[in-house]
Design a protein around this ligand. Sequence first.
Ligand SMILES: *[C@@H]1O[C@H](CO)[C@@H](O)[C@H](O)[C@H]1NC(C)=O
Length: 261
Amino acid sequence: MTTSWCLITLLTFTFGSVISQSNINVQNLYTLLFTTNGYNKLIRPSKNQSVPLSVHVIFTLYGISGVDEIEQKLTATGWLEVEWTDELLSWKPASYGGLRYIYYPQGKVWKPDISLQNGFSKLKELGSKFISVFIDSNGLVNWRPFQVFESKCDIDSTYFPFDKQTCHLDFVAWSLSNKDVHITQGRMGIKLADDLQRHGEWKIISSTALNLAESHETKVRFTIVMQRKPLYAIMNYIMPILLLSILDIFTFKIRLVQGNA
Ligand SMILES: *[C@@H]1O[C@H](CO)[C@@H](O)[C@H](O)[C@H]1NC(C)=O
């Protein structure tokens, strides 16, 4: 009995400040950040504009949807987790009833124009209008665009159906140079989703992340190594051909027998 009372008191004490926030606190904070402070999403959110902003990227692979040998294309589904600190979006939680984080539509805050550099189709903005970014009181912004990524990939089928393929997904801030942003992999680099979708023909055998620094830009390369499941190709391409050719020999034999008769 005494222990549970202690626990309840402790819980109230620890989370008391969080529970006390109201809609007015949230509204006041929105007014401060986006109206009073005159937030302009076109301005890179660093107080010192000569210091490049660090942007961390993590890629979570949800599944391979297709590998096209003819078009040399990999279609992968997953989401990026892009994180940076927006120095213009920070506040003191104590002044807002202990409010520690908010969500805001992705189109209304500054974000790096990260895109897939070796994409297959035209360059487009990641995420979508209805996605919100997470912002905490230190100004840490977390943005998670979910996407179907189509990338160029050199597919070499010499050892078909026992081949292994390596495909890269290169992410770069398209118009920003390394004087503006530094893009690097986040702590996890690339990870496979817990409920990774299996592909009938391909098995993912490894995945790695690499930071690349070029003369005027930085980028992150995510690499996926896949192995073809030979059974799929044997059952679907090789067996039918073999069976048909065996059948062919027999029809020839039957014709011969009939001819002799
Ligand atoms: C901004 O950063 C640069 C490079 O680190 C430094 O030399 C400069 O003094 C800083 N400016 C201000 C106003 O802090």
